[in-house]
Design a protein around this ligand. Structure first.
Ligand code: ATP
Ligand code: MG
Length: 402
């Protein structure tokens, strides 16, 4: 068992301990190593099993449980402590934290709260039981600067390329809730949509979540847009955040095909992302919008640093502006160029198969494979956009466009 956090649980209350165990059994990034019903024995249990995490329920006897927390913290400083209580009393929370608890969780424990806590403690838990690095997951949003710029083609084919590696589990989320067509690209008739997942979020465990996604033959999973169009948002930004955090615990890569409305859901997705692929073409309306979008992202803390500019359809004859002029205008490095190959792309879409199947040797396919490599955890450099590049006027390239 690799990349899994080992956990020991202490809860003297049989019913709530059983609920906890049931929940934990559905989580494949956590291995329940030991469960204990007595505070008196738990320090020994932790001493023997040496888990990465210990979860202590405080409510049966808060004084004893807090003492136990302090003891484990002292004896096993490498073990991350999580405590659980139905109380929201400030003094209890404070004491638990002082005694070494890293997370104070509300009882009854909700799956998404636990996952969020796992995500936080995972960064300080250096090693798993097998000494393998803890699995991390990468969220990539695909954002387009104009309709039809190539976001869905890119999101789908990137997801399929990522899914090729044995140790990667990839899910593609179609966040173009009104007109998304990711299912068409993969020729999938899904049973469930993002709306079903959002509506059942508090009841889902991992097995159920995975069943809600439809698997394509290439190995990628798809979470499609809702079946029907609605005049209201089918899920709230908070619900989307929960869906993403649940999926992150199961999948190593999430690729999100954003809508082009840049509303609250797109923003929530971009906030949760490690990389934002800004897809543009080298024509005037696209570049103008790219600048506009980057100005918008500048207003949201931390967003602009995640932007990776993808120039799609390089070589397309219409309205092309030279790459160097585009670069100058954007004031941002180009992360990757994808060649124009309409015949291949459209054939893949019409056949409902990824480029990897349709045209494995095409330059187009190779460029998306290269993108998948660049986006694998650890591969993306921390290169910041080249801020030093001059940002001349928005239309300064017009005089010299090719
Ligand atoms: N690199 C490429 N070379 C040639 N054609 C491409 C390329 N990338 C995308 N296309 C074509 O461009 C068209 C639009 O692509 P796609 O649907 O992926 O764009 P989109 O940004 O998702 O559009 P929408 O705004 O409708 O969501 C499709 O016909 C697709 O085949
Ligand atoms: Mg699209």
């Amino acid at each position: 068992m690799t990349n899994v956090l080992r956990l020991a649980v202490c809860d003297p209350n049989d019913a709530s301990r059983q609920d906890l165990k049931t929940m934990l059994l559905g989580i494949d990034v956590v291995w329940l190593d030991a469960d204990c019903s007595r505070y008196e024995f738990f320090a020994d249990v932790v001493g023997q099993t040496e888990p990465d995490l210990a979860l202590i329920s405080l409510d049966s006897n808060p004084a004893k449980a807090l003492e136990l927390t302090a003891r484990i913290h002292q004896e096993k400083p490498g073990c991350q402590l999580l405590v659980l209580s139905g109380s929201t009393e400030g003094s209890l929370i404070l004491q638990a934290m002082r005694n070494g608890a890293r997370e104070f969780l509300s009882a009854p424990l909700k799956l998404d709260d636990f996952l969020a806590a796992l995500d936080r403690v995972r960064h300080v838990t250096k090693r798993t039981s097998t000494d393998a690095p803890v699995r991390s997951s990468k969220v990539v949003s695909v954002a387009g600067v104009c309709g039809g710029v190539g976001c869905t083609s890119l999101a789908i084919n990137l997801g399929c390329c990522l899914a090729q590696e044995m140790n990667r589990q990839t899910a593609i989320i179609d966040l173009d809730l009104a007109l998304g067509d990711a299912d068409v690209w993969l020729d999938i008739i899904p049973d469930y949509t993002i709306q079903d997942v959002a509506e059942n979020i508090t009841r889902l465990d991992y097995a159920m979540l995975k069943r809600s996604l439809t698997r394509h033959d290439c190995g990628a999973f798809l979470l499609p847009r809702p079946v029907e169009m609605a005049d209201h948002l089918p899920l709230a930004p908070d619900e989307l955040r929960r869906v993403i955090s649940l999926l992150k615990a199961t999948f190593t890569h999430l690729v999100i095909d954003l809508s082009k409305s840049y509303g609250p859901l797109d923003l929530a997705a971009m906030e949760a992302s490690d990389d934002i692929l800004l897809v543009t073409q080298l024509d005037l309306p696209s570049l103008r919008n790219a600048v506009r979008l980057m100005q918008f992202l500048h207003q949201h803390e931390g967003m602009i640093d995640k932007v990776r500019i993808i120039v799609n359809r390089l070589g397309l004859e219409d309205n092309q502006i030279s790459l160097s002029k585009a670069l100058e205008t954007l004031g941002h490095e180009v992360f990757l160029q994808i060649p124009n190959d309409y015949a291949t792309m459209v054939e893949a879409r019409n056949n409902g198969v990824p480029l990897l199947t349709q045209a494995p040797r095409a330059k187009l396919t190779k460029s998306i494979q290269q993108l998948a490599q660049l986006l694998s955890p650890g591969a993306v450099s921390d290169d910041k956009p080249d801020d030093k590049k001059s940002r001349k006027g928005l239309f300064s390239f017009l005089g010299t466009s090719k």
